[in-house]
Design a protein around this ligand. Structure first.
Ligand code: GLY
Length: 612
């Protein structure tokens, strides 16, 4: 009998289950990420058997791997990895955040998703992100209590473990407790993200004392410990999620949202938030049906609304499938069209009628594909009509004027600034279960406020809403509404079995990064590691396409000749798009885990065993 099939796995060993995680800086030269005699090294690609993981971070990958090696399944390992990212990647992930998880459940042969998206408090209305009829400045909203969504991540972990895992929350949190207690080695990425946030972190007493020890970012190479977070995770393990969703921890979150811990003497205007304990009490993570399209003989599963990830990646792939040939020009144009539709139609399906079936239908894709010619189409592309009646190659209506698009949000022109925020991990286990998991606290550094004494930052997820005024926009705030996301954890199946899983951080560039990796892999024939490493460009129905320098150097002249304008991606870091992780299933039980070779400092791929 396999371990996961035990009715109450880990019973009897729970108290002594050590989850011994080797120190982060352990190195085993020549070890390709597999478990040999030494400790795993931080490498971006690993191939082997018995399970695999890829994250942006070696400690988080090791945490997930330790769970797999001790008999946990992919869901257990995904939660353990996510909790550890809350320690080592705290500016992207954490207890106050949310996420979307796409899971292939091997036993049922089924893809399921779990929505842990943050929600607006009940007191939030369509105009809460406006003052005197105009949108609050974006940066001011980010660093505020107003932008804090009701956290969904913890409820998601509990639901995920209950429905698909074998560990208790306490067991799944243990690797993260160990890393928070023993510490991790500060690398350049952690240092840079702290430095980029230093001015606002300094304005909150609780944040400055944690992340600016001695008044400055912790130096590269130093060991960073977070005993407050270790204690918070330990207490959560004992008390369960109710401690946040209605209990004392929830009261402290609400207090921080309503009375931000601003440093005496700070001149920063910090708007308080609207969250109440009742909002936390009411929060539920949801199991939702995945989005699904058929594409070149494969089935691509993604995250349905309120994420726009599955619908936009899916629509763009359908458009590409309808074209006679696919190159980078077609990739950019398909993305442009899919974003026009995403911006017009996608929001929280509990509040707006999202025409998902139409958006993902082949008939609609054919109608949209007709608009792609030899040169870039005029900007902005007009949204289509995914209404079930598709009649060939017609442009519906006229393109909107620029000022009109800015008001309606019907093109990418009025989108919020997109940075490298969020993180993504993938895990597979020996039974064939696969998790693709995006987690986020929105901006890098969230809203900048650590909950005093608890060791974690608050999210600013509600800035993912359209601030308005924007009549008819599907993504305006409302009481209890989930803001539209771009997170796109994706699992590809062929003949009913997973062949690939992939995802990325990066705000709305998540969608284009996942799309481009799939195009690189399945249209251009690259290996998964090459598809991830290849230079990126992101077209989101804007006049200029954001791109990495290497993309501009390699393809700029050819694409400019076709009417595209390429501009360097704004970052930070400038010129970097996404930080993907993925898995490819190579047959006969062999799995390839792949992370970034250099973006975000390079990621970490590990496998359970180098040999079958
Ligand atoms: N906050 C990033 C996203 O949900 O797309």
């Amino acid at each position: 009998m396999s371990f996961r099939r035990l009715a109450v796995p880990f019973v009897g060993v729970a108290a002594t289950l050590a989850f011994v995680i080797p120190p982060a800086d352990a190195r085993a030269p020549g070890n390709p990420g597999a478990q040999g005699h030494g400790q795993p090294a931080k490498v971006p690609v690993a191939e082997g058997y018995g399970g695999a993981v890829a994250t942006v971070d070696l400690d988080a990958s090791k945490a997930a791997l330790s769970v797999l090696k001790q008999g946990g399944n992919a869901m257990d390992a995904a939660v353990a990895g996510a909790a550890t990212l809350g320690v080592t990647e705290p500016y992207s992930a954490g207890l106050s955040g949310g996420g979307f998880l796409v899971y292939y459940d091997a036993r049922r042969g089924k893809v399921v998703t779990i929505d842990g998206r943050e929600k607006a408090p009940q007191a939030m209305t369509e105009t809460s992100l406006q003052e005197n009829g105009v949108a609050i400045p974006f940066d001011a909203a980010v660093t505020s209590g107003l932008s804090v969504g009701v956290p969904g991540g913890l409820a998601q972990w509990e639901l995920a473990l209950r429905r698909f895992g074998t560990l208790s929350l306490k067991q799944a949190l243990q690797p993260a407790v160990d890393v928070a207690t023993k510490g991790f080695t500060v690398d350049q990425t952690f240092y840079d993200q702290t430095a980029q946030n230093a001015a606002r972190f300094a304005d909150f007493t609780s944040t400055a004392s944690l992340y600016l020890p001695n008044g400055a970012p912790p130096p590269v190479g130093s060991v960073f410990r977070n005993p407050d977070l270790a204690a918070t995770y330990r207490e959560l393990g004992r008390r369960g999620g109710d401690w946040l969703y209605g209990g004392k921890l929830g009261e402290e979150v609400v207090a921080t949202v309503k009375s931000p811990p601003v440093r005496p003497g700070s001149t920063r205007v910090v708007r308080p938030g609207l969250m109440e304990l009742s909002d936390l009490r009411a929060y539920r993570a949801l199991e939702r049906a995945p989005s699904k399209i058929s594409y070149n003989g494969m089935d691509v599963y993604g995250m349905a609304p309120p994420s726009s990830g599955g619908s936009t990646v899916g629509e763009a792939l359908n458009i590409l499938e309808a074209l006679p040939k696919v190159g980078l020009h077609e990739y950019l144009e398909a993305s442009r069209l899919a974003f026009a539709d995403r911006n017009k139609f996608v929001g929280d399906p509990d509040y707006v009628d999202v025409p998902l079936k139409g958006l993902l239908s082949d008939g609609f894709a054919k109608e949209r594909a007709c608009l792609i010619g030899d040169v870039a189409m005029p900007n902005p592309a007009t949204p289509g009509s995914p209404d079930g009646s598709y009649g060939g190659c017609q442009i519906e209506g006229k393109p909107l004027a620029a000022d009109e698009t800015a008001k309606t949000g019907e093109s990418g022109a009025a989108e919020k600034p997109e940075g490298p925020e969020t993180t993504h991990l993938v895990v597979a286990d020996r039974w064939g279960d696969v998790a693709a998991y995006n987690i986020t606290i929105e901006q890098t550094g969230g809203n900048g406020m650590v909950v005093p004494g608890r060791g974690f930052l608050l999210n600013n997820e509600l800035t993912d809403f359209t601030f308005g005024p924007a009549a008819g926009d599907p993504n305006l705030p409302a009481p209890g509404k989930r803001p539209r996301s771009s997170m796109a954890p994706t699992i590809v199946l062929k003949n009913g079995k997973p062949i690939l899983a992939v995802g990325s951080p990066g705000g709305a560039t998540i969608i284009t990064t996942v799309l481009q990796i799939l195009v690189n892999r399945y249209e251009f024939g690259m290996s998964l590691p090459d598809a991830i490493a290849a230079p990126r460009a992101s077209q989101r129905n804007t006049a200029a396409t954001q791109a990495e320098q290497a993309f501009i150097d390699r393809y700029g002249a050819g694409l400019t000749a076709k009417g595209h304008t390429l501009t360097i991606a704004p970052g930070p870091p400038v010129g970097e798009i996404g930080a993907a992780t993925g898995l490819e299933f190579l047959g006969r039980g062999k799995v390839q885990a792949a992370a970034e070779p250099s973006r975000r400092g390079g990621g970490s791929a590990l496998v359970v065993s180098a040999k079958p």
